[in-house]
Structures are given as C-alpha cells and as structure tokens.
Design a protein around this ligand. Sequence first.
Ligand SMILES: [Zn+2]
Length: 221
Amino acid sequence: MVTGAMEAHGTHLALGTDIILPTFLAKNIAEKTNALVLPTIPFGDSWDFNNFEGTISIAPDVLVKVYNSIMKGVFKHGFRFLVVLNGHGGNIPALTMAAKTAAKRGNRSVIIVNWWRDLAESARKLVEETPGGHAAEDETSELMHVRPDLVDMSEAVSHRIMTKFTIISGSYRDELLPSAMYGDPRKATSEKGRSIMEQAEEELIELINQLQQGKLPIIRE
Ligand SMILES: [Zn+2]
C-alpha cells in the first residue's frame, strides 16, 4: 500500500513529489521481490500546506476510514502482512489509527514505513550537507534522480524556522512556512538522490524477504 499527498513543495518541486517517490520505490522492489503493490493513494492530510496553490487535502477522519477499509480489504483476502510505504508525514496519525483497528484481530500485521525517515540512514548521513525538511536538499535530490523534468532549480530557495514545541495554528501556519517549503534545497543533486533511493530500495527488499519468511522486522538488543 503506497500513500502520498498532493501538496505544494516550494515552487521548485512537483505537487506530486510525495506520490512519485514512494511509488517509484514500490514499483522497483515489486519487480525484485514478487510483492504485490496496490494502486497509490494520491491524496493525504496536507493541513500544513492547504493554503498553497495546488494542494488538495483530505480530512484526517476521512483518511482513517479510507486507509482502514483498504487494510481490512487486504486482510480479508488472507494476507498476513501489509507494508505501508508512506511518502508524507501528515498521513502518519491516520495510518496509525487505521492500522490499530485493522490489525487488532487475527494473525495480521501492518508495517508502516515512513520512507524518508526510516530508510537509507547511512546514505543520507553521507551525502546530505543540510538537514532534511520539506522540499529540502534530500527530497529535491530524490526527485532530481527519479523525475528531473519535474524539478526547477531556478526556483529553489532556502527557508528554515525552529520551534521548541509543536505549534498547530491556522494563523501562524502560512507565516511559518512561506513558499510551502522548509529547508535548503540549493545543494541538491541527482547523484545524492540516487544514493539515497538505492539504499532505501535495498532495505525494503530486505524487509520484504523477511516478511516472505514469516518474520517481522524486529531487532532485539
Ligand atoms: Zn514531500
């Protein structure tokens, strides 16, 4: 199951960035592992960027129901494991809620992979010169690798704010995140994106292989 968002990513990246990247990974690993891939769910909870041009957001309570119906639909057919390859941070609360109900009974597991933060940690450390963010160096590099035609580096600007706490405020939202962006994309290259995506792919293949042997990806220390 691949989940993304149709959401403004600065003015230098495509609205579909959070759809394109995990869909690319899912397609590549399916070819190598024989895993089945569901059609990508293109809309997500984009409250943070809802006022920016092109963003279409789904209310979280609706998303929980959509995700939950799909998860239950998969399990109804006898599958034991469902990997959610999520491309968008705003979807995490809805995915978690949906999975708790869907995996409550029976021998069923939902594995949520928030790919931009759960995968390719060492590749990211090696290639990134600035911290990750939204439409920042990491995401820009990845889209340059996968769909260079959808990146316009002449529009790339840096913007970063820090807050000690999580602030949810409609009036502050647009002030805190001008141009629908957070981070510094100016050092992005397709080569950096390729390193990150290749390592992410390897780790996902490892996960699928483990699940195919009936094992959950748990590390005991
Ligand atoms: Zn994104």
